[in-house]
Ligand binder design. Structure first.
Ligand code: NZQ
Ligand code: ZN
Length: 381
C-alpha cells in the first residue's frame, strides 16, 4: 500500500426530510447565495423545501447553471456574488450546479478571471464556504473537492481541485423525479468512478479492493431493480450512498488510480456535448481492451468477483469480462459505441491532437498519451 494522507471534512445529512435541517447548519447572519440549474427543483418541490427551511435568511438566487457548467455562465454568478457580498453559497441541484458553485465560491474573493483558477488551482487561496442539497447521485461532488468546468469559447472541459463542501444534504426522495436516462448516466458514472480507482493492479490494498467491489456489486444488483421501481426509497438510498462513497476518497486510500477513461470522456463531452455518464460507458470498454495486458490480473479479479467469470483461458475470461461490462451499460439503456452517435475519425483526430499538444500522460502508468487515446477511441467505434 502506498503512503497517503486522508481528510474529508464534509458533513453528510442523509435521509428523508433532511432539507429541513438546513437552518441548523448555516449561520442566521449569513448572506446566502442559492445556486440552481435550469428549474427541475421548482417542479419536484425541492426549491420550496429549501426556501421553507431558510425562512428569515438573507437570500440571493442565481439560476441557470447548465449541465457541464460553462465558465461563461459562472462569471455572471461570480459578479452577482461579489456585488451582493455573499458569504455562504448553497448549491441546490446535480453535480453541474455543485461543480459550478465550487468555482463561484473560489472566484468571488479572487481578483482575476475565474478560468485562471480552473487552469491553475494553486491560485485559490481563500474562498467562500459552500454546501449542497444534492439532487442527482452520480458525481460524488457532494463530498469531494473536485469540479469539472467547461469553456464554451475554447470547447474545453477541465477538472480542477477546489475545496470541500461544508456539508451536503442527501435526501433520496429528491431523486424520484429523475428521468431514466439521468439515472442510467448516474449509475454509469458511479460505476466508472470505482473502476478508475480499482482497475489498475491487484494486491495494493485488500481492503480497498473489497470496498470497491462492494460498490460495484451493489450497483449491478440495484440497477435492474431501480429500472423497475425508481421510487423505492431503499433502492434510491443505496444508489445515492454508492455515488457518494465512490468518489469521496474512501476507496482510493493507498492505491494507484487510472482516470484515463474520464479524461477521454471529457473530450467527447467538450466536442459533442455528450452526457458525462454516457461518455464513460462508451470509453471504458475501449480502455479495458487496449490496456488489457497491463491490467490483466485486475481484470481477471474483477471478472471473477463481480461477474462470476472463472472458466476458460485468461484471454477468454478477459474478453468475456469486457463484454459483460459493456452489456451492463447497455442494460442501463446507454449507448456504448461512438458510431451510434455518429462520432468518428474527425473527433478521434482532434482528441489525438489535443492530447499531443498538452503532452498528455494519463492512467496509473502515465502511458495513456495521444497514441493510446487514439487506439482506445478506435476500439469504441
Ligand atoms: O438543471 P436542472 O434543472 O437542475 O436539471 C438537471 C440537468 O438537466 C437534471 N436534474 C438534476 N437533479 C434532478 C434533475 N431532474 C429531475 N430531478 C432531479 N432530482 O439532470 C440534468 C443533469 O444534471 P447534471 O448536474 O449535469 O448531472 P450530474 O450530476 O451527472 O453532473 C454532471 C457534471 O459533473 C461532472 C461532469 O463532468 C459533468 O460536468 N463531474 C464532476 C465530478 C466531481 N465534481 O467530482 C466527477 C465526475 O466524474 C464528473 O466529471
Ligand atoms: Zn465521472
Amino acid at each position: 500500500m502506498q503512503n497517503f494522507t486522508f481528510q474529508n471534512p464534509t458533513k453528510l445529512l442523509f435521509g428523508k426530510g433532511s432539507i429541513a435541517l438546513l437552518s441548523k447548519e448555516i449561520a442566521k447572519t449569513s448572506k446566502v447565495m442559492l445556486t440552481f440549474g435550469s428549474g427541475s427543483v421548482r417542479i419536484n418541490g425541492v426549491y420550496d423545501q429549501v426556501i421553507a427551511a431558510l425562512a428569515g435568511y438573507n437570500l440571493v438566487e442565481f439560476w441557470g447553471i447548465e449541465p457541464n457548467p460553462k465558465v461563461e455562465t459562472l462569471r455572471k454568478a461570480i459578479e452577482l456574488g461579489k456585488a451582493e457580498k455573499v458569504d455562504f453559497i448553497l448549491a441546490v441541484g446535480g453535480g453541474s450546479t455543485l461543480d459550478g458553485t465550487k468555482l463561484i465560491a473560489a472566484a468571488i474573493p479572487y481578483a482575476g478571471d475565474a478560468w485562471e483558477l480552473v487552469l491553475n488551482p494553486k491560485l485559490i487561496t481563500k474562498g467562500i464556504p459552500f454546501a449542497s442539497v444534492m439532487t442527482l447521485p452520480a458525481t460524488g461532488s457532494e463530498m469531494n473537492s473536485g469540479a469539472v468546468i467547461s469553456n464554451l469559447a475554447t470547447q474545453e472541459k477541465f477538472s480542477f481541485r477546489a475545496y470541500f463542501p461544508q456539508f451536503s444534504v442527501l435526501d433520496p426522495e429528491v431523486t424520484y423525479s429523475l428521468s431514466p436516462y439521468h439515472i442510467a448516466c448516474g449509475i454509469a458514472d458511479t460505476f466508472v468512478h470505482v473502476m478508475e480507482q480499482y482497475l489498475t493492479s491487484p494486491g495494493q490494498s485488500l481492503l480497498m479492493d473489497r470496498w470497491a467491489e462492494g460498490i460495484l456489486m451493489t450497483l449491478t444488483e440495484i440497477a435492474p431493480e431501480i429500472d423497475e421501481n425508481p421510487r423505492d426509497y431503499d433502492l434510491m438510498s443505496n444508489y445515492m450512498l454508492c455515488a457518494t462513497m465512490a468518489l469521496n476518497g474512501f476507496i482510493g486510500m493507498g492505491v494507484s488510480q487510472d482516470w484515463a477513461t474520464h479524461m477521454i470522456g471529457h473530450e467527447l463531452t467538450a466536442l459533442h456535448g455528450l452526457t458525462h455518464g454516457e461518455s464513460l460507458a462508451i470509453v471504458l470498454p475501449g480502455t479495458m481492451t487496449v490496456l488489457s495486458e497491463q491490467k490483466k490480473d485486475k481484470i481477471l479479479q474483477y471478472g471473477e468477483r463481480i461477474w462470476g467469470i472463472n472458466k476458460g483461458s485468461s484471454g477468454l475470461r478477459i474478453a468475456e469480462t469486457i463484454a459483460r461490462t459493456e452489456a451492463f451499460f447497455r442494460s442501463l439503456g446507454l449507448h456504448t459505441r461512438l458510431s451510434e452517435l455518429n462520432i468518428g475519425e474527425e473527433t478521434i483526430a482532434e482528441i489525438e491532437l489535443r492530447f499531443d499538444e498538452r503532452d498528455a500522460k494519463f492512467g496509473e502508468c502515465q502511458n495513456v498519451n495521444s497514441v493510446v487515446a487514439r487506439a482506445i477511441l478506435e476500439c469504441c467505434l
